[in-house]
Design a binder for this molecule. Structure first.
Ligand code: C5P
Length: 211
């Protein structure tokens, strides 16, 4: 069984996908973290122009525990504003998407999985059993991201957070390759007025009804 979750930045996809996977006792795959890890490595390598060569040389190790670069497990460094922006810029590049696509498809076919990103229901797992498009209002998404930053000790003004999210969404929705869009057969969940638990309950009930 595979479950695809797509949606804009700050809709709570990672937290919700992780909680849903735990509830259903299946694997969770965060494809955004893969784009972020590539972006982190590109920045570290001085943003090389030759993407194919950079991908060969960076020697990234993607494993079930996470992503290793230079033998170090990447965690908080993937969540900076600089990495978010670079990930969204790089993710329009064909070489980058092709590099990750095979790996993501393999993860989706080897096991039962909840996979989240931007193109899971439309490209990566087109045959997913259940597809969700998870969203929330611009204000709610910005407020949540602002709050997450504060909890990590990062102070970025709310209007700047909202501007960054909109810029990233615009880039993700308007690229020619695998843009963020709702799959025709996706179920839309707007969680602007739902708690994390309510959202997970609602999605789990939909999955169970389809089983
Ligand atoms: O989901 P997250 O915010 O971590 O993703 C970071 C960036 O990676 C997104 O803004 C998007 O540009 C890219 N991405 C993508 N396709 C995916 C997942 C993420 O293009 N399946």
């Amino acid at each position: 069984m595979s479950i695809a979750i797509d949606g804009p930045s700050g809709a709570g996809k990672s937290t919700i996908a992780k909680a849903l996977a735990k509830k259903l006792k299946i694997a969770y795959v965060d494809t955004g973290a893969m784009y972020r890890a590539l972006a982190y490595a590109f920045i570290d390598m001085g943003n090389p122009q030759d993407h194919h060569r950079a991908l060969e040389e960076m020697n990234l190790k993607i494993s079930p525990e996470g992503i290793y670069y230079k033998d170090k497990l990447l965690t908080d460094e993937l969540r900076t504003g600089q990495v978010s922006k670079r990930a969204s810029e790089l993710s329009k590049e064909p070489a980058i998407r092709a590099y990750l696509l095979d790996y993501q498809r393999k993860l989706g076919s080897d096991q039962d999985v909840v996979m989240e990103g931007r193109d899971i229901g439309t490209v990566v797992l087109k045959d997913a059993k259940v597809k969700f498009f998870l969203t929330a209002s611009d204000q709610v998404r910005a407020q949540r991201r602002y709050q997450q930053n504060l909890e990590k000790g990062i102070q970025i003004p709310l209007d700047q957070v909202e501007k960054d999210l909109k810029e990233r969404d615009h880039r993700d929705c308007n690229r020619s390759l695998a843009p963020l869009k709702q799959a025709e057969d996706a179920i839309v969940i707007d969680n602007s007025n739902l708690t994390l638990e309510e959202t997970v309950e609602k999605m789990a009930a939909i999955v169970e009804a389809k089983n």
